[in-house]
Design a protein around this ligand. Structure first.
Ligand code: GDP
Ligand code: MG
Length: 595
């Protein structure tokens, strides 16, 4: 136990966390050079494409230190995006320390601060590391000062390294041995293992990543899942090195995986405690905070017969993504589907992509919305996560919307753009502080304005230099109305949105225009109306087709014709029949373009 070090690497996206982790593996000869060719800590396709780390992963390596002793390092990877802060705190539960990696040229960014504060709150030893000192623009002294001023930890001993060239990486490993404490725990006590992550493997069933808090977890013995009191025979325990390495036992302080033939998808939920069946622990390890989703959208299969598959896929994803919520939803326009809750837009996009890519589902997603609190004239309070469920206007007393506190860190030259953007998004400035060349500015903003496109807008307004972090503060009364879309006179429930009254006119007009663009022409005119209550605020018409557009292909090149037909089929995949009109996916997301 004295020779175990469990730690995470905290870094803003692109500051070099994956490169550094790879360098550790190489120095510890955990992998051959050929195996090193791909970054191992980012394992899912999606992550590699998007260049971000979503799932917490762990790797165990052996390190022969300068003191001649061999140490076991368990590196728990953490994601860097603001949507996934909960994953960060989850992985930190398995650690006694953390490396704070900061880019020597970019300096400290808002998410680094947020993640680092989580580590400090959990009493971890935080070691600052300044990376990329090989870059000509590196300014380690400035960055040290930023770490001290913004994060508030001592950076005088911060190492200056290059994960790319390997310079200084050996010193990091030595600092880990010296400063990060060994795990504590009672090796003789009854087993307590905290489930940090669980996922479903088609061959093994549920696989869980656990931290052994007390006792030992043996293969071939019975274990109990404490929340359900179900017993299972442990068939395999082991470490990720990063390859799966079977061992006989996981001991106190270790982080490793366990397989116990659990077939039920929710058999070993994240945050739960495992114990031994013959000598069960009396109390669970305190779990992590339950995460509440903040952004909601409907997910509907294009093909109604995929409904059960969608349910099963959501259940599997939910197993290792406790922030994903879902419940059945029925829409007049879209049929049977699920109302899903996400942490933010990126989380939503990733879930949608995984459902399509890994489970082969073809889905229509409705526009994202936040949860509104509605006080009705009867004095009831409703939580509304679906605009089509908003009571009629005359039954609403007050609508409250969620407000967030946003911390933005931006170089001075882009400050003006940030303020303009926040004002446009109904923001109220709370504070501003100059820190060297950077400005830390905070705003209170309606969450609905933030979830839609704020992050992208902020990035383009600052040429990628601003960083941003937010948390919920309160619900606040606001002048909101529901905007409906009518197609040929019928309201399409899945197209309703809730907007601020001052923006309703502009939104309504833009939305109707956008609908006109995306709804394909039919054999007859299609009328599109945007309404508030019984008030029509915008009207557009998709004119009927005059002549057959494919006619020009007849008699022509056969492959060209086939291509055209395939293209049409492709377009159809994401259409939903509404009466006699086909509505494409783009229509449901139109609100994102007019926000
Ligand atoms: P992550 O998002 O924190 O995991 O960052 P990555 O490890 O993926 O690195 C982001 C980019 O920075 C990649 O293009 C790396 O090659 C590059 N990078 C990482 N470390 C260094 C370094 O020490 N020096 C230089 N010049 N580039 C680096
Ligand atoms: Mg990475």
């Amino acid at each position: 136990m004295d020779h175990i070090r469990n730690f995470s690497i905290i870094a803003h996206i692109d500051h070099g966390k994956s490169t550094l982790a790879d360098r550790f593996l190489q120095l510890c000869e955990a992998l051959t050079d050929r195996e090193m060719s791909a970054q191992v800590l980012d394992s899912m396709d999606l992550e590699r494409e998007r260049g971000i780390t979503i799932k917490a992963q762990s790797v165990s390596i052996k390190y022969k230190a300068d003191d001649g002793q061999e140490y076991q390092f368990n590196i728990i990877d953490t994601p860097g995006h603001v949507d996934f802060n909960y994953e960060v705190s989850r992985s930190l539960y398995a650690c006694e320390g953390a490396l704070l990696v900061v880019d020597a040229a970019q300096g400290v960014e808002a998410q680094t601060v947020a993640n680092c504060l989580t580590a400090i709150e959990q009493n971890l030893e935080v070691l600052p590391v300044i990376n990329k000192i090989d870059l000509p623009a590196a300014d380690p002294e400035r960055v040290k000062q930023e770490i001290e001023e913004i994060v508030g930890i001592d950076a005088s001993e911060a190492l200056c390294v290059s994960a790319k060239t390997g310079q200084g990486v050996h010193e990091i490993l030595e600092q880990i041995v010296k400063y990060i404490p060994a795990p504590k725990g009672d090796p003789a006590g009854p087993l307590k293992a905290l489930i940090i992550d669980s996922w479903f493997d088609n061959y093994l069933g549920v696989v869980s990543l656990v931290k052994i808090v007390d006792g030992e977890l043996f293969a071939g013995r019975k274990m109990r899942v404490m929340s359900t009191a179900h017993d299972y025979m442990v068939s395999e325990v082991g470490l990720f090195t990063p390859k799966r390495l079977k061992v006989d036992v996981l001991r106190t302080g270790q982080v490793g995986y366990v397989v116990a033939g659990i077939k039920e998808i929710d058999g070993a939920p994240v945050g739960d405690t495992l114990t031994q069946s013959d000598r069960p622990a009396t109390e669970r390890v305190p779990g992590f905070k339950q995460i509440k989703p903040r952004v909601f959208a409907g997910l509907f299969p294009v093909d109604a017969s995929d409904y059960e598959d969608l349910r099963e896929a959501l259940a599997k994803l939910r197993l290792n993504d406790s922030a994903l919520h879902y419940e059945p939803e029925t829409s007049q326009a879209l049929g049977f589907g699920f109302r899903c809750g996400f942490l933010g837009m990126l989380h939503m996009e990733i879930v949608q992509e995984r459902l399509e890519r890994e489970y082969g589902l073809n889905l229509i997603t409705t526009a994202p919305t936040v949860i509104y609190e509605v006080l009705t004239s009867k004095g009831e309070t409703l939580q509304v996560d679906n605009p089509s469920r908003l009571p009629p206007l005359d039954q609403i007393e007050i609508i409250y919307e969620p407000i967030i506190h946003a911390d933005i860190l931006v170089p001075q030259e882009h400050l003006g753009n940030v303020i303009t953007l926040c004002m446009e998004k109904r923001g109220v400035q709370k504070s501003m502080q100059y820190l060297g060349n950077q400005v830390a500015i905070s705003f209170e903003l309606p969450m609905s304005e933030v979830v839609v496109d704020f992050f992208d807008r902020l990035k383009s307004a600052t040429r990628g230099y601003a960083s941003f972090d937010y948390n919920f503060v309160r619900n606040q009364a606001s002048n909101l109305v529901k905007l409906d879309v009518l197609i040929n006179g019928d309201r399409v429930d899945a197209l309703s949105i809730i907007v601020h009254k001052d923006k309703a006119q502009i939104h309504g007009r833009a939305l109707a225009e956008k609908m006109k663009e995306v709804i394909p022409r039919q054999m007859y005119d299609v009328a599109i109306q945007a309404t508030i209550g019984s008030h029509v605020i915008a009207r557009e018409t998709v004119k009927a087709l005059r002549k057959n557009v494919t006619a020009k292909c007849y008699g022509g090149d056969i492959t060209r014709k086939r291509k055209l037909l395939e293209k049409q089929k492709e377009g159809k995949r994401r259409m939903k029949q509404f009466g006699t009109v086909e509505i494409p996916q783009a229509a449901f997301m139109a609100i994102l373009d007019v926000g």
